[in-house]
Design a protein around this ligand. Sequence first.
Ligand code: PLP
Length: 436
Amino acid sequence: MSAPLPPALLATLQARQPLLWLNPQLGSALPASAPTPQAVAAAEARLQRCAGLLAELFAELAATRGQIESPLCAASALHTALGLGPAAGRTLLKCDHALPVAGSIKARGGFHEVLAHAEALALQHGVIQPEDDRRLLAGAAARCLFASHRVVVGSTGNLGLSIGIMAAALGFQAVVHMSVEAKEWKKARLRQRGVTVVEHAGDYAAAVAAGRATAEADPNSYFVDDEHSLPLLLGYAAAARPLAAQLAASGISVDDAHPLFVYLPSGVGGAPGGICHGLKQLFGQNVHCFFAEPVASPCMLVQLASGSDAPLSVYDIGLDNRTEADGLAVGQASPLVAPLMRSQLSGVFTVDDDALFRQRLLVEDHGGMAVEPSAAAAVAGPGWLCNSRAGQAYLAAHGLQQQLADSHHLIWTTGGSLVPAEEHQRFRQRGLLLQG
Ligand SMILES: *Cc1c(COP(=O)(O)O)cnc(C)c1O
């Protein structure tokens, strides 16, 4: 089938050759529908006013008083292992693989949306008043209300974990529709928590569609729509301000003389897109966001490179969306996020499955962190920017060559701390074999 992509790009994608693609529309006008800074601030405020509730629901959050945050870590050994020197700046890791409770970046968007729904339902039924302490949402009246309501989601795994865990903790009936990639341990963990897991033989889009259809048929069901959800996106965007505070606390400036490059694994685009949007609101043109996608599933690249809002999937160009990166196995980019990224995303690079396991091993051996394969997708980002022809072209076009030594490369690790030890051992073995 013919696709509106440049022939050379199409050929590289179809050959599943890794590449760095630069977004020619970076800097174009934001769509009118773009979330405002006020909308992002409202999400930040919701997470703050629900912190006490979260600390009550989850013992592991008592120490942080209900804050869902992850460390920002210097990664100088990883920087060196990636073949980069002082002239390339410095490398940091944003450790969302260690986000509490959900163990992945999905905690940000997923928890925010379930909390927003719980608040709205409780307000509507008069169980809380607008100014009330949100810890009331863990009280008997709220639990009784939530027990007769259902929260439904479709997922490749991690979003299901995040939504299922939070919804079940509040006392909702939780139903997670899992696509074919979903790992057994993720399903088992949800079932332990009393979540209903519905398994599908189809892909992510099919699981989402199945969840949407059942929820639409039931007035007491609320569907978390990963392909269209604004509350999810805003929960991710709320990551930007705490990150800015962490950078400042580490003495790291982000300004004309000190660019920040951020590398994020992307599936449907919601998590990395929300974070990119939030960071752009704070740092403008001094932050440069790149997505990492599997060679089999470069759905955001394909959508943006088409130059149009008409949906274009990886299947449409002959790719199969089969990857070990279960968190990134998405064939069609979010129609909510793609138009936002058209004006804000610097580019997309692709990664093959073998590289995922090699990169995961690098993060383990030189960063001291065990992440899941999806979460290692962005590790090659600094190398692409500093050492490829496309990367050099990007730096030249933005006048950044002189600033590179004073720049920071932030690799976002997006999941892994809940992965069972024996799975990590298998991932490690596969990386060691590939290292040869
Ligand atoms: C979901 C996920 C992503 C990407 O998020 P999207 O919103 O699907 O783009 C990245 N890494 C991991 C580990 C994930 O689970």
